[in-house]
Ligand binder design. Structure first.
Ligand code: G
Ligand code: G
Ligand code: MN
Ligand code: NA
Length: 256
């Protein structure tokens, strides 16, 4: 069987697992959020990563049921952490452009919030520049409908997509996530971060929190703190972890 043939039954049988990676507030060192990241565990103990199966899920339409499942899992996980005392923890969920295709996304989001009883301000949806640049179809209307539920947005992988900067002003997202290709060379030379500094300044002037993805080293972290970056994510703190392990991480670290 090819991967695409195996994907449909796997979606129907919920064979996926949601991992979570912490986002750290750089000023307070507290965990502010966790990002949900899909994994597909295999019977032989190996793992298939999203770069392999998300494109297939998108082109086949399976991202619609799979994306709904992730939203429900993530909201339920976050509500459970609130009960565990991490009462201000936010959960971030990635969205694909293909999830806007059938127009059901606002109802799916609303249902996930109702099922989990998670307050909407603790759900954050990560959008790519491609989603925001879509001027045809109903993407904009669906985003407004989701926003009116009280859910927040982050712009993901910023700096690598289709950069029409106009959407940044008109669409008020809470976070701007700087793609890790701009981060992984930080801390090496003196003037190695002109773009990162510029992106942090764009986030500041538009009232968004700047998030650095892919922080792996102390020098990179120190440089980002000096530049006024608000939040960080990366192997420096933790790789994406299965739910029980991220719960342990949360109990060993200060949370908001
Ligand atoms: O851990 P990493 O290999 O997890 O994830 C790679 C990419 O896969 C992420 O940057 C993200 O764009 C995508 N991805 C991971 N989980 C999801 C998901 O639940 N939904 C969507 N649409 N994309 C995801
Ligand atoms: O949604 P998105 O593209 O932002 O997902 C984040 C991706 O980055 C995931 O694949 C995740 O596993 C990966 N990632 C998270 N932290 C680090 C890091 O410190 N270094 C590297 N190389 N990858 C990371
Ligand atoms: Mn992301
Ligand atoms: Na990203």
């Amino acid at each position: 069987f090819t991967l695409i043939q195996r994907l449909r039954p796997a979606v129907q049988a919920n064979e996926f697992e949601v991992y979570y990676q912490p986002l750290i507030d750089l000023a307070s060192n507290e965990v502010q959020a966790v990002e949900a990241l899909l994994r597909w565990p295999q019977k032989d103990g190996s793992m298939i990563f999203p770069d392999k199966f998300i494109p297939l899920a998108e082109s086949s339409g399976l991202i619609i049921p799979l994306g709904a499942w992730v939203l429900n899992q993530a909201c339920e996980f976050c509500a459970k952490q609130h009960e565990n005392g991490h009462t201000n923890l936010t959960v971030a969920v990635n969205l694909s452009f293909a999830q806007f295709k059938d127009g059901t996304l606002p109802a799916v989001v609303e249902q996930a919030l109702q099922n989990s009883r998670l307050a909407p301000q603790f759900l954050e949806l990560e959008l790519t520049e491609t989603i925001l640049a879509d001027e045809n179809g109903t993407t904009g209307e669906q985003l407004e409908a989701i926003k009116s539920l009280g859910v927040h947005f982050a712009i993901d992988d910023f700096g690598t997509g289709y950069s029409n900067l106009n959407y940044l002003q008109t669409f008020s997202a809470r976070k701007l996530k700087i793609d890790r290709i701009f981060i992984n060379t930080l801390g090496i030379g003196e003037n190695d971060a002109p773009l990162v500094a510029a992106i942090i300044s764009i986030a500041d002037s538009l009232g968004m929190k700047a998030v650095a993805e892919g922080i792996e080293s102390k020098p990179a972290l120190e440089k980002l703190i000096k530049m006024g970056c608000d939040l960080g994510q990366g192997y420096y703190w933790s790789k994406p972890l299965p739910a029980p392990e991220v719960e342990r991480f949360l109990s060993n670290h200060p949370t908001k």
